[in-house]
Each structure stands twice: as structure tokens, then as C-alpha cells.
Design a protein around this ligand. Sequence first.
Ligand code: AMP
Length: 396
Amino acid sequence: MNYKKKTIRDVDLKGKKVLMRCDFNVPTNDEGVITDDSRIRKTLPTIQAVLDQGAAVILCSHKGRPKNGYEEKFSLKVVQARLQELLGVPVDLASDIIGPEAQEKAKALQPGQVLLLENVRFLKGETKNDMDIARAYADLAEVFVNDAFGSCHRAHSSTVGVASYLPAYSGLLVKKELDVMGKALSDPNRPLVLIMGGSKVSDKIGVIDHMLTLADDIIIGGGMSYTFTAAKGGKIGTSLCENESFEYCRELLKKAEEKGVRIHLPVDAVCGDHFAADAEPVVYADGEIPDNMMGMDIGPKTAEAYAEVIRNAGTVIWNGPMGVFEFPAFAEGTKAVAKAMAESEAVTIIGGGDSAAAVEQFGYADKMTHVSTGGGASLEFFAGEELPGVAALLDA
Ligand code: AMP
């Protein structure tokens, strides 16, 4: 995939109307209050840079997965209020997205002013990349900017279709994502270490297969590691296991050996007799978990071995927790990996989703080179797939 794209730094936006796709899909609680505004904050530099160039800005985003048009809980009104506070300028809202109100407000918009369109997924065809909707977005502006990395793996009207009708540039956040993660794949500081965790092998096959052609080391942890242990004939008790992936695991170990990629598997596991925060943690050697016990974290010897690999790395890419980090008694392995990454001199990349939540929770996010804003998008990126929202931008 070509990830060298033209950015807002490569175009004169003075006096232009700029439509900017953002990721304002912020979590809200039952009262509708934003519980984490980091997605809004991460886009502020791009919005500010476009305003500083003397442009008028029309922002758009999805929030959640509305199925049948307008629903209050998916409205961007809360985002409008928070944006206003953070930007320090009034932000108007166009409730009909591409209707007469939006058209009128966009037309009247002056340089330095900001308009927010309501949730783009209130429009039925948005997620089907409906080209009439894309055309209507384009009619509001003269330039398109995409700063929503977390939506770049989706071909929707506001991420892909609209770029057929307007010159399309990347925002600063998308640029950073592409620069850091692109270099990690095309010209990494070596050794390049991939850390894979989370619950299922089957979800991560694309990434593992692609990284097998690039990485020097692949570390496996989390629920998915027990499928490897079982595939090798070890006892895993009631741990997560995907029998249908045994053959894949065996093949992978063989291929890695042929390619000289070092695969690191757990040597011990922290187990509990039931899946709950109050389960008593007990450590067993890998492959020797009793029938009634469930592996819920990598053990201390494994954590130390993995930390050592990380200490010697040039680049570390991490996707998926090492255990059930939501339960404090089973969070130590995930914490140890996060700590080793935070302390390492290597380029450290967190591939969004649960790993991003884990490093936030442990207070290490600021110590990483890059915490991706796109869980699904970064997984597809590391699987070597072309992200349609990136492909739609002008090449540098
Ligand atoms: P994923 O969505 O596949 O990346 O998996 C993330 C989830 O996997 C987290 O919620 C973890 O709690 C869970 N997880 C990690 N390790 C285990 C394990 N050993 N047993 C059960 N769940 C796990």
C-alpha cells in the first residue's frame, strides 16, 4: 500500500471551504456525557492548522452504529459542545447533514468559522458508499481532508466516495499514523518484534501471516496462546481454545522456523478456577494446566522472557493483551509488556483497541512512540491490506 499521501501542508487552503472527516466516535455514558474525549483532542491540531491557513471548516464524523436514522444517543450535539470548549470558537451544527440547512450554513460559512454536520451514519447509504451522498458532501466544500484513521478501513461515502469529487488530503493525525506505522513495515529499526495477544488466533491470522514475512520475532500471549499449546499436545484445562486453528498453529511454527523468524510462546501461565476477578491466581508451567483450571495471563517467567525480547528490540508493534487485564489479579503480564515497551529505546507502536486501553490504564501511553487511534484499521494495516480511506487520498 502506498501510504505517502499529500497532506494539508501540501495545499494552500486560504479562503477555501474544507470538509474534514474526523473520528468523533467518543464513548458516552447513560446520561449522554462524554467519558473520554481523546478522539476529539487528537484531531484538534489538524482543525487548528486548517483554520490557521485561513480556511472555513466543515467537520463530519460518525458516532456509534445508528440503524434507523436519527437517534438522540448517537447525536453529535455532545461533540459540538466539547469542540467549542476545546477550540475556543463557536461551532455550529447542521442537523440535516447534507440537507437544505447544511447547504445554507456551509454556503454562509466564513474563513475561521466551524460547522459540524450531524452523525453521517444517520444517512442510510453512508456505510454503503452511496455516491449521491458522497456528491452531496462534496457540494458543501472545495477540499476534502481525512483525519479519521479509525475509519480508513471502511469504504463509506464520507471516507472514500467523497474523494471522487474533491481533491483529498490527509490530516496531521492520519499522516502520523501512516508515517510511524508505514516506516515500521517498510524500513524498521531491527530487530522488529510483533507482540500478538487477545482472545482468538483466528482474528489475527492476517496480521501474523503478513508479519511473518517482515518480523524478526513474534511474541504470542493472551487467550490465543493456549491454542498453540494445545496444538503441540499440551494440557490447557478450560482455557480458551480454537480446535479448528490447530493446523494453522503447527504450520505457522514450521514456516517461522524455515524463515528464521523467532516465535516466542509462554512457558508458564497464571490460572484461575473460574472466569472472574475474584478467582485465586495460581501459576502452572505451560502445557501442565489442570483440567479444572483456566489460563488467564502469561506467567512471571514468560513475562520476564518477553520483556527481555522487548529490551533488545529496534521496533515493537503490539496488538492484543497478554491476559484478562480487566481483572487486576490477571493483569500483571499485560502490565509487564507495557512497562518493558515504555522503558525500551525501541520505536514502540500500540495497535489501538484493547492494547491502547491497557497502556492508558497503566499510565504508559505517553511513553510510547505511537498509540494508534484505529483498532480495526491498524490490524488491517499490519496485515498488509490497503485501507480504502487511505487509498482514496492524493499520492504525495
Ligand atoms: P481481542 O478482542 O481478541 O483482542 O481480545 C481482547 C480480550 O481478550 C480482552 O478483553 C481480554 O480480557 C481477553 N483475553 C486475553 N487473554 C485471555 C485469556 N487468557 N482468557 C480469556 N480472555 C482473554
